[in-house]
Design a protein around this ligand. Structure first.
Ligand SMILES: [Zn+2]
Ligand SMILES: [Zn+2]
Length: 380
């Protein structure tokens, strides 16, 4: 099974401190993943965009850390290639247009271009304010939209019972930022599509009180489908208290209806988070009727299909459907046109459809056994 989105304490200040990227990789191998994507955050370029825990750092420190990450990730990719297909990517930010121009530079610069294999396109800011860092920050963000509308009147605190009108401008801004990111950079995978609902998971996006919002959701989805991008279904929402994965069922069904490609992510922030809530993710996917999953595969493994290292990968979880076992049947290869730096072949990856019934993958049995063992240990 696969995950396409993760962070480590070594390269991300808000992930588990004292743990390394290699710890994450070892946890992914132990969990039985056959494909695991590493996707540390891109650097941020303005001092004011650094998070409180980064107070002692400068934007140039973030850039240096990020370049160090790319090299370390490739070292690990090679070191563990017989056991797991590690993908080396990044997760975007879009705070101001500067983030897009710098991302384009990162993906074309000689020093970094060849090292980034794929991009998780995420928006974590609206109106230059973080929306997932804390509930206080999110409330400040929503509040800023209210004050824009009515001058000096302090905004009422957002609440679940309040009419959705306070959220309207915020949602439009989020979806417009996501649209800009999508059209400008064509991310390989869209990260947590509806992160804007993090603190308001009960908020429907398709609602008469929110004119124009659903149209923008559909617009963004169709844009991604048109260039052949994928949408992650992430287990990270469960640890934030959601009853559904990201995206919620409303958006997920719209992606399916528009023939969007789905892939899986744990968005782990340290070894203890690897595969966390994947059992719930599986149940969510089944309840939503998801029959088709996609994943990225390194072309190096595919091209060396008969090598010993690949048979080890194939035997890793005893599955005939592991990375190299999932040789695409005719018609399951990614044939949609992709452009410039997004060309996966150029990036040395191929998008593949899971061959067979994904829910029967031995990964899930192994995961359930691990969870039973852990629960038993905790009970004693
Ligand atoms: Zn994110
Ligand atoms: Zn992330």
């Amino acid at each position: 099974m696969h995950s396409h989105h993760s962070h480590s304490g070594q390269f991300c200040r808000h992930a588990a401190p004292g743990t390394t990227l290699e710890d994450v990789v070892l946890a992914a191998i132990d969990a039985g993943f056959t494909t695991y994507g590493l996707s540390e955050h891109v650097p941020r370029y303005r001092k004011e965009d650094l998070y409180p825990e980064e107070e002692d750092l400068s934007p140039s420190d973030l850039l240096a850390t990020f370049i160090h990450y790319l090299h370390e990730a490739h070292r690990l990719k090679l070191k563990y290639s017989a056991k797991i297909d590690l993908l080396v990517g990044l997760e975007t930010d879009y705070i101001t247009p500067l983030d897009i121009t710098q991302l384009e530079r990162l993906l074309s610069d000689k020093q970094t271009a060849g090292l980034v294999e794929y991009v998780v396109g995420s928006v974590h800011h609206v109106a230059e304010q973080g929306i997932d860092f804390s509930k206080d920050w999110w409330e400040a963000c929503i509040g800023s939209f209210s004050t824009h509308d009515n001058g000096s009147t302090p905004p009422p605190p957002p609440s679940q019972t309040q009419a959705f009108t306070n959220d309207l401008a915020y949602l439009h801004a989020y979806l417009d930022a996501q649209h800009t990111l999508i059209t400008r950079t064509h991310p390989t995978i869209i990260g947590h599509f509806d992160l804007c609902r993090l603190y308001i998971p009960q908020l429907p996006l398709n609602h008469p009180s929110l004119p124009g919002v659903w149209e923008k959701v559909v617009r963004n989805i169709r844009e991604v489908v048109a260039y052949g991008g994928m949408f992650e279904v992430s287990a990270a929402s469960f640890r934030k208290g959601w009853q559904e994965g990201y995206p919620g069922s409303e958006v997920l069904q719209c992606i399916i209806a528009n023939k969007g490609r789905l892939c899986l992510s744990d968005d782990s922030h340290g070894p203890a988070f690897v595969a966390l809530n994947y059992t719930r993710l599986r149940a969510y996917l089944l309840a939503q009727g998801v029959t088709e999953l996609w994943y990225l595969a390194s072309n190096t493994q595919e091209n060396n299909n008969d090598s010993n290292s690949n048979s080890q990968v194939r035997g890793h979880d005893g599955s005939s459907r592991s990375v190299t076992g999932t040789i695409a049947q005719e018609g399951t290869e990614d044939t949609r046109s992709e452009r410039s730096w997004l060309d996966l072949q150029q990036r040395k990856l191929t998008a593949r459809r899971y061959d067979g019934n994904w829910a029967d993958d031995p990964f899930w049995t192994r995961l359930a056994e691990r969870e039973r063992r852990n629960n038993a240990e905790m009970a004693t």
